[in-house]
Ligand binder design. Structure first.
Ligand code: MN
Length: 718
């Protein structure tokens, strides 16, 4: 209860008229839910969320955030539900708690190096609302402060490393400096206690030597500035042990050489005063070369602004000095939270204070919206919102653009995996290849050696890598077909103009087209990039075509196509002369059937009936379909093979009757195959010479009238 009173008082100090009832209600709710749960230290669990709320109250956060902090572990660790929270505390609170819970769930992953950078991005991408991230950072800070309660040394070390890798940089990224510093020091204690102690000892030695004279230096600097008429607040402190340690490592300095341990801040009202202060102290003391940095004219990427310099100070001691305005200081310490604090008080507000894109937008909202809640409602973190971060089965993080699919993921992992992918599991469940991946998904790609990229993938992939691989594959595959087609087309022009075709003549054009081989020319003709007649003209520039024939003329000419089943040649329209062609054996097209030509790599064109089952195989390659039709047949003696599939009763003399019926109707059996023979029925395919579809239909009608025939039909795609 004392803890709650302190919290209420802290909030009251910056927001006197706030509704304390909702905070008390949240406290009662969390206490009840966490009843019987305890921290490693032995304290009741509810002390933790209240302490987290206290950290946020010290950052002057809004009441919704305070309530969220108190409830932040209820959904993940107790029976409380989001619906319950929404009913009791409203949608904002339940959304925020949901956000924090999501971060808690993915937090168990430990990652290093590049992976850690991606993980930080993932956290940012998932924290749509900046308040989610601030609660999470405060949660981590309190857990680190109370880490002594965890007995297992390895566990303490693991959590500390993770905090150093992920959360301290994240705190810096959103500009909450005090959390970053405290996290680093707490981690340092766990990760490298020897180094921390050595630095502690060196610091106390320097102090004993009288070199630690922070107060005296503050006094002297204040006086100097006062003498030239500048109102300034001077503070000084020892640098943090972790920052000293990092600098020693970076500069390879030994403990004995350690002298640069004090940092001073000079805080003024106006930006122009910063430069006045700089000029004054550089005039009074020697500055150390190479240590001056102006982050006011060139702020750090996170928006940090300050002037840094190092001087040989009043006691001939190297000291670092940071010069900034009050507002720059608050932003540096509190980051995004500072803007809220500024709105709450009457301190002057500058328009161009921030380099955060989202904050700039927010400041505009802030001017229109009166209630602080509205301010935070609109605070959407826009960092990495256009990215999505997903895990491999090994726990590696892959960064993809928003809207990425398992195919994009597969190509991002390895192009060979992309080329061979047939399916995907998302979070353990089979999912379509065009599914949209979500942050934190775990994706597993299923591959098959025989799979090739499908042109349809190009419709849904979003990464350039996936797209270029799919295109490259499709191009290669189409090329073979275009070569056949293109070659036939140029051959036709040669013939029309009365020349014998020669490959050599075509290779003579390579230099002109800047191509490498004859096939390149054919592929360009076949795909429609070159016009066959233009290529011909290039080969025979002086040839004058007497009659310029329409390019589509060949489509009107019937081409005689011979059946492989020893039927006579049949005229077909719509084909290109010179291409290999034959009738399909699966459906045995007959004159009168509606037909289609399929371009088959290496085989030319195959003629199928339009209802043949085999056509399904070519359903997604429409470019291979040719419109064809039957030409007029002058040769009445010409016959074709029709194939029937029939079921016949197994009776004496049945087969004899069937062949008699066929013969009587002008058909001639050329082949007969029994495919299944049971005690009662025979199933068989029968090939019959007929003139056309009409003829075959007459045969079928006669067979259906035969008592022994159970069923009979044209064979399709068998
Ligand atoms: Mn917690």
């Amino acid at each position: 209860m004392q803890q709650l009173e302190k919290l209420l008082n802290t909030v009251r100090a910056y927001q006197p008229s706030f509704d304390s009832e909702i905070v008390e209600k949240a406290y009662a709710y969390a206490k009840n839910m966490h009843e019987g749960q305890f921290r490693s230290s032995g304290e009741p669990y509810v002390t933790h969320p209240v302490a987290v709320a206290q950290i946020l109250a010290e950052m002057k956060m809004d009441v919704t955030t305070i309530v969220t902090a108190i409830l932040h572990d209820t959904v993940e660790d107790t029976d409380a539900t989001l619906e319950d929270l929404e009913k009791n505390f409203g949608k904002s609170v339940s959304d925020l708690v949901n956000g924090v819970s999501k971060l808690t769930r993915i937090e168990s992953q430990t990652l290093e190096g590049k992976q850690a950078e991606n993980f930080r991005k993932l956290l940012l991408a998932m924290s749509e609302d900046i308040r989610v991230l601030l609660v999470k950072l405060s949660d981590r800070l309190h857990n680190m402060r109370t880490m002594g309660g965890i007995k297992n040394v390895d566990k303490r070390r693991r959590i500390s490393l993770e905090t150093l890798e992920i959360y301290a940089p994240l705190a810096e990224r959103v500009g909450v400096h005090f959390i970053k510093e405290e996290l680093e020091d707490l981690c340092f204690e766990q990760v490298n206690p020897e180094a921390r102690e050595s630095i502690t000892n060196r610091l106390s030695y320097l102090r004993k030597e009288g070199i630690d004279v922070v107060d005296a230096i503050i006094e002297e600097l204040t006086k100097i500035l006062h003498d030239v008429g500048i109102q300034a607040e001077v503070t000084g402190r020892e640098k943090t042990r972790y920052s000293i340690w990092k600098k020693m490592q970076r500069k390879n300095v030994a403990f004995e050489q350690l002298s640069d341990i004090m940092a001073f801040r000079i805080i003024v009202d106006k930006p122009e005063d910063c430069y006045l202060v700089l000029g004054t102290i550089h005039g009074k003391y020697h500055s150390v070369p190479g240590r001056f940095k102006d982050y006011i004219s060139t702020p750090k990427p996170n928006g940090y602004k300050s002037i840094h310099t190092t001087i040989m100070g009043p006691r001939r001691q190297r000291i670092e000095v940071q010069i900034r305005t009050h507002q720059m200081h608050d932003e540096g310490e509190l980051g995004v939270a500072a803007h809220w604090a500024y709105k709450g008080s009457n301190r002057p507000q500058e328009r161009d204070v921030t380099k955060y894109r989202w904050l700039r937008e927010l400041l505009e909202i802030l001017e229109q919206e009166q209630k602080p809640e509205d301010f935070w409602e609109h605070t959407k973190l826009e960092l990495f919102q256009d990215r999505v971060f997903v895990f491999t089965p090994q726990g590696d993080l892959i960064e993809l653009p928003n809207g990425a699919t398992p195919v994009d993921f597969a190509y991002a992992v390895h192009s060979a995996i992309g080329d061979r992918c047939v399916g995907a599991k998302i979070n353990g469940r089979i999912a379509p290849l065009n599914s949209r991946l979500m942050n934190g998904d775990q994706v597993e790609v299923i591959t098959a050696k025989t799979q090739n990229p499908s042109p349809t993938w190009e419709r849904f992939v979003v990464t350039g890598k996936a797209r270029s691989h799919i295109r490259k594959y499709v191009r290669n595959q189409q090329r073979d077909e275009f070569i056949i087609l293109g070659k036939a087309m140029i051959q036709k022009v040669f013939r029309q103009e009365g020349y014998d075709f020669s490959e050599k003549a075509v290779t003579g054009t390579l230099k002109h087209y800047r191509l490498d081989e004859g096939d390149d020319v054919y592929a360009n003709i076949g795909s429609g990039v070159f016009v066959a007649r233009d290529v011909f003209k290039l080969i025979f520039p002086s040839h004058k075509a007497e009659i310029v024939k329409r390019p589509s003329e060949h489509m009107d000419q019937a081409v005689m196509v011979r059946s492989e089943d020893s039927g006579g040649p049949m005229p077909i329209k719509g084909l290109i002369p010179g291409m290999a062609m034959h009738f399909a054996r699966c459906c045995h097209p007959l004159p009168g059937d509606r037909i289609v030509g399929i371009v088959t790599t290496g085989k030319g064109v195959t003629i199928h009936t339009i209802d043949c089952d085999t056509l399904e195989t070519f359903a997604d390659t429409p470019e291979r379909w040719l419109d064809v039709s039957w030409g007029d047949n002058d040769d009445e003696a010409s016959v074709q093979v029709g194939r029937l599939f029939m079921t016949m009763a197994n009776e004496t003399g049945a087969l004899g009757n069937v062949s008699t019926v066929i013969g009587r109707n002008g058909g001639n059996i050329t082949n007969l195959k029994i495919t299944s023979r049971s005690l009662d029925f025979w199933e068989m395919t029968v090939d019959i010479f007929v003139q056309d579809t009409k003829h075959l239909n007459n045969v079928i009608a006669a067979l259906r009238a035969t008592p022994e025939i159970i069923s009979v039909e044209r064979a399709r795609g068998r």
